[in-house]
Design a protein around this ligand. Structure first.
Ligand code: HEC
Length: 223
């Protein structure tokens, strides 16, 4: 074998082997993942994990608008992100000081989702458990329409194309956004969410990725 052939084979092995072990084999394993049933005696809960899924129509709007360029949906086991995972309201544990931080994300948390929006960087907060802390849909619409109406220094862009400005008829729409003066429309007009804006907000509210893992509930409780 000439040395150039050896070099090419060597390169192939150096790149191919890690690619096989770190990407191909885990990907094939992940594709076989199935939901798990809870065992009532062991877990103290009934049903299937993961439970109710996400609001899929809204996920398509999330994809199209590029929200995942700035938002992750993944809680890492350690490092950054744990700061948020320990905060009040950032998990199913809604007590003043949660006894445990929200658990880190698990591959099964994304089962049934066409795309798992892990995200690329955390310019904005992690949204994995956003459904627990964002409950006021009207306020979420105001934020999406004009982020700075809610957080003064927000660098999130407003998604105004998802909202419709219309002439007020009669008493006006019950869905009209309650905007501060500087963002309010001209007199006689109101701003209402489009169908897509409603879907997006329903999607964000459905994000609750911290259901207990089957087999770990009791183990956690014993700690
Ligand atoms: C350029 C980056 C950027 C993009 C793109 C972006 N966001 Fe944000 N987002 C942020 C930042 C920064 C914050 C924190 C400041 C604030 O609340 O406005 C935030 C906050 C939020 C919050 C409040 C989170 C909380 O924990 O209170 C929600 C909900 C949200 N964004 C949803 C979205 C959705 C939905 C989209 C896509 C339609 C989107 N964001 C696109 C940067 C971004």
């Amino acid at each position: 074998m000439t040395s150039s052939k050896k070099f090419i084979y060597g390169l192939g092995i150096c790149f191919g082997l890690p690619w096989l072990i770190m990407i191909i084999i885990p990907a094939l394993k992940a594709q076989k993942l199935m939901p798990l049933p809870y065992d009532k005696d062991r877990d103290g809960v009934e049903g299937i994990y993961p439970g109710a899924g996400i609001y899929r129509q809204g996920q398509l709007v999330y994809a199209r608008e590029g929200c995942s360029q700035c938002h992750t949906q993944m809680i890492r086991p350690s490092f950054a992100g744990m700061m948020d995972a320990t905060k009040k309201g950032w998990s199913s544990d809604q007590s003043e000081i949660p006894s445990e931080p929200a658990r880190s994300s698990n591959m099964r948390d994304y089962l049934g989702e066409p795309i798992a929006f892990l995200g690329v960087q955390r310019t904005g907060p992690d949204l994995a458990n956003a459904g627990y802390r964002l409950k006021d849909k009207a306020a979420m619409h105001v934020h999406l329409y004009a982020p700075r109406a809610v957080s003064e220094w927000s660098i999130m862009p407003g998604f105004r194309h998802l909202y419709v400005t219309q002439v007020i008829q009669g008493n006006g729409s019950p869905d009209a956004l309650d905007l501060p003066k500087e963002y309010a429309p001209k007199k006689g007009f109101e701003i209402v969410p489009s169908l897509e804006a409603n879907e997006l907000v329903n999607y964000i509210s459905s994000l609750k990725k911290d259901a207990p893992l089957p087999g770990q509930v009791v183990a956690e409780a014993k700690k």
